[in-house]
Design a protein around this ligand. Structure first.
Ligand SMILES: [Zn+2]
Ligand SMILES: [Zn+2]
Ligand SMILES: [Zn+2]
Length: 164
């Protein structure tokens, strides 16, 4: 049975301190509120896992093939692509360096390092988050919005009390 969609001030007031004192219960409450049930949670999770993720961030150990694209790099020198991301991206005709001597974490999806045109099809960067929100089940989205709006009020009150 789904909890009532509207979130009361009391519920938010109750949740906020629990986030630090009893995080387990707070997260349980939050998940139940957002997803309604274990089944709703599983559905949302599998839906989410099929969406393009914002970043790759895969670790590239030394002696592994990596790439740098001179046409896609933003601060041109410091970025690195894992092999998979580079090959799944659109770099036809670009000048690139293929190397076994670099190591790091793949920057695919990170707009600070790489131009969005160089992202592979699996990583769309945080600009894609809008689309992720659209893909979520509309009831889940609505509940998330209620929590955010409910917390606004609480955050303002706390800031005032703590003089932030
Ligand atoms: Zn990658
Ligand atoms: Zn990628
Ligand atoms: Zn490129």
């Amino acid at each position: 049975m789904l909890p009532d969609l509207t979130i009361s001030k009391e519920q938010v007031n109750e949740l906020m301190p629990k986030l630090t004192s009893d995080p387990r219960r707070a997260v349980e409450w939050f998940a139940l509120y957002i997803f309604g049930s274990k089944k709703g949670y599983e559905q949302a999770k599998s839906q989410y896992s099929q969406l393009p993720q914002p970043l790759c961030a895969k670790s590239i150990p030394p002696d592994t093939l990596s790439y740098k694209c001179y046409d896609c790099g933003n601060n041109n020198d410091y970025h690195i692509f894992c092999e998979e991301c580079f090959l799944n991206g659109e770099h036809t005709g670009h000048r690139y360096l293929r190397s076994l001597e670099r190591a790091g974490c793949c920057d695919c999806g990170d707009i600070n390092a790489v131009d969005a045109k160089g992202f592979c099809c699996a990583h769309r960067g945080f600009v894609g988050l809008d689309n992720i929100a659209k893909e979520l089940n509309s009831e889940v989205r609505e509940r998330l919005e209620y929590v955010v709006v409910g917390m606004f009020d609480q955050v303002f009150t706390l800031c005032e009390r703590l003089n932030i």
